[in-house]
Design a protein around this ligand. Structure first.
Ligand SMILES: [Fe+2]
Length: 244
């Protein structure tokens, strides 16, 4: 059999049974390979599916633990029921509106829930004090963002969520704490959270002051745009919530 005969598809005419037999063997080998690959893919698909389910369930448990931890802190601080859930929901909504991706928002949500977790290291005598704080007490309270960083930065899954607990008291004008970050040096999630947290916190009755009226709150946010708060964030916040 010549190369030209093969090229022209004249195998039948050659009478060369060995070629046909070789083709049958190849075809059977191909079928076996396909069957083995199919078994391999099916087995791995099931294994992957089971790993995916286990991962999903672990993530849900992880988030439930974070939420329980945050709510326990809220109860012990007596900041008013629902504050943490409200500020978390609003921060997530604002983060979406300001273009953060869903992958980033998972961490924004965790960060908002844990924003004041560093206060676990601040004595109750300071946290629950009704009268004005003394300068030394205020200095201890102002350490809570750094405490949050110290407590959580060794947990790898929580590291991307630390922007809010660590930076939510930084001010747009650079006069905040703990690091005096300025403008866009402050992570966007923390700039968003600062506006949301202030909006919710001032509208709650506290032992040392009455809740602010809605108008007073909007006026304050507008005055502090460009001082305490990112003006772009205040603008989106007003657009999103002032009408509702
Ligand atoms: Fe705080």
């Amino acid at each position: 059999m010549t190369a030209s005969m093969i090229a022209e598809g004249n195998l039948e005419d050659t009478g060369d049974k060995r070629v046909m037999s070789s083709n049958i063997q190849s075809s059977s080998l191909l079928d076996k390979t396909r069957a083995a690959l199919k078994r391999w893919f099916t087995g791995n698909r099931e294994e992957l599916e089971s790993l995916r389910n286990a991962n999903h369930s672990l993530t849900q448990d992880f988030d439930a633990i974070i939420e329980a931890w945050a709510l326990a802190l809220e109860m012990s601080k007596q900041v008013g029921e629902g504050h943490i859930r409200r500020v978390t929901d609003m921060t997530v909504e604002m983060a979406r509106r300001m273009g953060l991706t869903e992958g980033h928002i998972v961490h924004v949500r965790r960060g908002a829930l844990l924003h004041d977790i560093g206060e676990m290291n601040v004595p109750d005598a300071i946290l629950l004090k009704v009268d004005s704080l003394l300068p030394a007490e205020r200095a201890i309270l102002r350490k809570h963002p750094a405490y949050a960083y110290e407590m959580l930065s060794s947990i790898e899954s929580l590291r991307p969520a630390l922007d809010i607990p660590y930076c939510h008291h930084e001010n747009w004008d650079g006069k905040g704490y703990p690091r005096g970050l300025k403008g866009e040096e402050i992570p966007l999630s923390a700039r968003i959270f600062a506006v949301v947290d202030t909006y919710d916190a001032v509208r709650i009755d506290r032992p040392y002051r009455k809740a602010w009226s809605t108008q007073q709150t909007w006026d304050y946010l507008a005055q502090q745009a460009g001082v305490l708060f990112d003006p772009a964030v205040v603008s989106v916040f007003i657009e999103t919530y002032k009408k509702s």
